[in-house]
Design a protein. Structure first.
Length: 306
């Protein structure tokens, strides 16, 4: 029986590795790319692969609460690689590592699972800083690390006189992750479909005192203080006027400058207005400030598209 699932993405599952996966691990650890860029683990038999799993991933799960996990294609339950978090004595921080079978490279799987793993480490495991190392000749790996938000910092001397490139998360990357979570929380508070109760009053926890909200779909624009906006939206979402409502981002761009930030996003929303179904798209501009090391919304404006 396989161990627990760590996370799921649109196409992939990440779960714990067990000794039952030894045959796949044996294949992966002996692919040309693994041997060239990660190293030869001297695993040549099923028995050696089982021992590698026991002394590597399984031991790390027990001692650290994380480790290298198995990547599977969701609809086929087919293993295609490993991705996870590693605690090495030689590094101060936990690092992210990944490897795929050659036939699954270049299909976006690496980015998909590495992004989710990095987020899991930061948000679920509470790791403030996650780093990475890459072979100095592994250009594809370095490009992927940049793509998931890690930045090159220095070249490290590695055991056996090797050199590796060292990457780390920038403070800007962590700020954007916090702003992502804050924005997602904002959209979620208005949902009243599938039996969910809207939580509009929790907006006060997301905004600074004195925050404003502007509906620029109207002419002239309607400007709300936070108290007025919460009261009006709570009434609409609980008295039957708007039902089956949900709203989400479909694209965003965030800019962070020290303790201020702004996010421009496209969104879509749907529901029933007085019993009639509706669907709309629009744009939001959200401004943030950092207060006592935490991001808060200072203002938000939106306009629905016709």
């Amino acid at each position: 029986m396989h161990d627990k699932i760590i996370l799921e993405t649109q196409r992939l599952i990440l779960r714990e590795i067990s000794v039952e996966d030894a045959e796949f691990i044996l294949i992966l650890l002996n692919t040309p790319q693994y041997l060239k860029f990660i190293g030869d683990k001297n695993v040549r038999t099923i028995e050696e692969a089982e021992e590698y799993v026991k002394q590597g991933p399984i031991k790390s799960y027990r001692e650290n609460g994380f480790g290298l996990w198995l990547i599977l294609i969701k609809d086929q339950q087919m293993p295609i690689g490993i991705c996870g978090l590693i605690k090495r004595d030689i590094l101060d921080d936990v690092d992210i590592g990944f490897a795929l079978l050659p036939e699954y490279l270049g299909l976006g799987y690496g980015y998909e699972i590495a992004t989710a793993t990095l987020k899991h480490g930061n948000e679920v495991l509470g790791l403030e800083q996650i780093v990475a190392i890459a072979d100095i000749n592994n250009i594809a790996s370095m490009k992927l690390l940049n793509k998931i938000g890690l930045r090159f910092e220095k070249v490290l001397k590695w055991p056996e006189n090797d050199q590796v490139m060292f990457f780390a998360q920038s403070s800007c990357t962590r700020d954007k992750a916090e702003i992502d979570n804050l924005t997602t929380a904002f959209f979620d508070l208005f949902t009243n479909k599938d039996g969910r109760e809207p939580r509009v009053r929790e907006l006060a926890q997301l905004f600074i005192q004195g925050g404003i909200i502007v509906n620029n779909s109207e002419d002239p624009p309607v400007v709300y203080d936070l108290k007025t906006f919460m009261a009006s939206r709570e009434k609409l979402l609980t008295d039957g006027t708007i039902s089956m409502f949900s709203e989400r981002e479909i694209f965003n761009k965030t800019e962070v400058l020290e303790k201020i930030a702004q996010r421009f996003c496209f969104y879509e929303k749907s529901g029933k207005l007085n019993g009639d179904c509706f669907e709309k798209k629009g744009m939001k501009l959200i401004q943030f400030i950092k207060v006592d090391a935490a991001w808060k919304i200072s203002s938000l404006s939106w306009t629905d598209l016709d």
